[in-house]
Design a protein around this ligand. Structure first.
Ligand SMILES: CC(C)(COP(=O)(O)OP(=O)(O)OC[C@H]1O[C@@H](n2cnc3c(N)ncnc32)[C@H](O)[C@@H]1OP(=O)(O)O)[C@@H](O)C(=O)NCCC(=O)NCCS
Length: 156
């Protein structure tokens, strides 16, 4: 497994992943189809903004998923996000392995950062189990009308 920095050539994969209803249900409260232009707009911002660090997960030359670290305005910590877009790669330890690797790269590149947070919808048990294996600890539930999320934190 390797982690490759996001490039424009990856954008069509995101169009596919972000419009996959199964994936959207696990990662977000809402499902609205997203256009190619919207995908480009979002990811171009990620490429040029220092508060976004995106990696594509590559297995045997195949790009299968995405890891992002993003610091929102006025937040203390960067938040991680992971989605393996190709279903057949779930439950093989790849999420855990790639998140461990990405967090190590993150802490190495950003020695002043003490911790990373991550969220999952409360009923996304696979994601929560994966994050626990990486070392994230549950901090609190963030309540939301549609579906609450669990906030977890990994300290250096
Ligand atoms: C969440 C995700 C990144 C995890 O990566 P992964 O490679 O599938 O996860 P791993 O194989 O490393 O670990 C998953 C763990 O969850 C467990 N698991 C799977 N389904 C489960 C369930 N319904 N309840 C409890 N545990 C479950 C697995 O058994 C495994 O634990 P184990 O190794 O102790 O057996 C990946 O499945 C994914 O991208 N899913 C779709 C998008 C998503 O949900 N993203 C996260 C939210 S934003």
């Amino acid at each position: 497994m390797t982690l490759v920095k996001l490039k424009k050539q990856h954008f069509p994969l995101f169009y596919k992943w972000w419009n996959n209803p199964v994936l959207r249900k696990l990662t977000s409260n809402k499902f609205k189809k997203i256009t190619n232009d919207e995908v480009g707009e979002i990811l171009n911002k990620h490429l040029y903004d220092k508060d976004y660090h995106d990696y594509v997960i590559v297995i045997d030359g195949v790009s299968i998923g995405h890891i992002l670290f993003h610091k929102k305005k006025n937040r203390k910590y960067f938040e991680a996000y992971i989605a393996i877009g190709e279903r057949k790669y779930w439950d093989k330890g790849i999420g855990t392995q790639s998140l461990v690797k990405a967090c190590n790269i993150f802490f190495r590149n950003k020695p002043n950062e003490d911790a990373i947070t991550i969220q999952a919808l409360v009923d996304n048990h696979r994601a929560i189990a994966c994050y626990k294996k990486v070392g994230f600890q549950k901090k609190r539930i963030i309540k939301c009308k549609e579906n609450s999320t669990v906030l977890m934190k990994l300290s250096k």
